[in-house]
Write a protein that binds this ligand. Structure first.
Ligand SMILES: [Zn+2]
Length: 221
């Protein structure tokens, strides 16, 4: 029987995880398309390789770790807040693979639940686009998560991102980012699906009219 094995080395840190967001398969840019709809039978991740990455690159992967915790795992989020990621790398990565696997297993065709993996990515895609892709994906997602969250969730995400030297704001305007998001292919019949954190570790999908996007995202830092 043919087995599909995902070997995650450096890519693991990008939490590309064979299709970064659920997420990035929505960009239409051809990024991370391989394997987007096929579940591997086995995931091999070389932790030693990760520790050889430049700090900046490593931290960009942390943005996706924070995303997974924020949408799905309050306990993981609290662990990231209270302990060193480096001391818990193996466990944290295993949790991330599990979170992603579980979400994708429920929704292999990116039609429903999988969209929660887009948290931070609607705004991130706009940042990437307007920067001519000079802002890296991890950094764009970091700022995107701040803009796409509110209240206590926003405060906790911001504090965690800052700890890893990740940006919590962007130079681009609300109008620029909203127009980029409107052009996003998630758009269906004048509506867009957004990921709303209800509290750290929990979220729900909301479908809103494109005109409401201006009010939906909270840009004031
Ligand atoms: Zn991503």
């Amino acid at each position: 029987m043919k087995k599909l094995v995902a070997i995650l080395l450096v890519l693991c840190m990008a939490f590309a995880l064979f299709a970064c967001g659920g997420g990035d398969s929505d960009t239409g840019g051809g990024k991370n398309q391989v394997g987007a709809f096929y579940q591997p039978d086995l995931v091999i991740c070389d932790y030693d390789t990760l520790t050889t990455l430049p700090e900046d690159t490593f931290n960009e992967g942390v943005a996706e770790i924070i995303k997974h915790a924020a949408i799905r795992d309050a306990e993981l989020f609290a662990l990231l807040e209270s302990q060193s990621l480096y001391d818990n790398l193996e466990a944290v990565i295993a949790r991330n693979v599990t979170i992603k696997r579980d979400v994708i297993a429920v929704d292999e065709r990116d039609t429903g639940l999988r969209q929660i993996l887009n948290f931070g990515h609607t705004i991130a895609h706009g940042i990437e686009k307007h920067s001519g892709y000079s802002v890296s994906h991890g950094k764009a997602v970091a700022a995107g998560m701040v803009i796409e969250s509110r209240g206590e969730c926003r405060a906790r995400i911001t504090a965690l991102l800052q700890r890893y030297g990740l940006p919590t704001r962007t130079e681009f305007t609300r109008a620029q980012l909203v127009s980029a998001a409107s052009a996003d292919k998630k758009r269906a019949g004048g509506k867009i699906t957004v990921v709303a954190l209800t509290q750290i570790g929990e979220c729900r999908l909301e479908t809103i009219e494109l005109e409401k996007m201006n009010e939906y995202y909270y840009f004031t830092m």
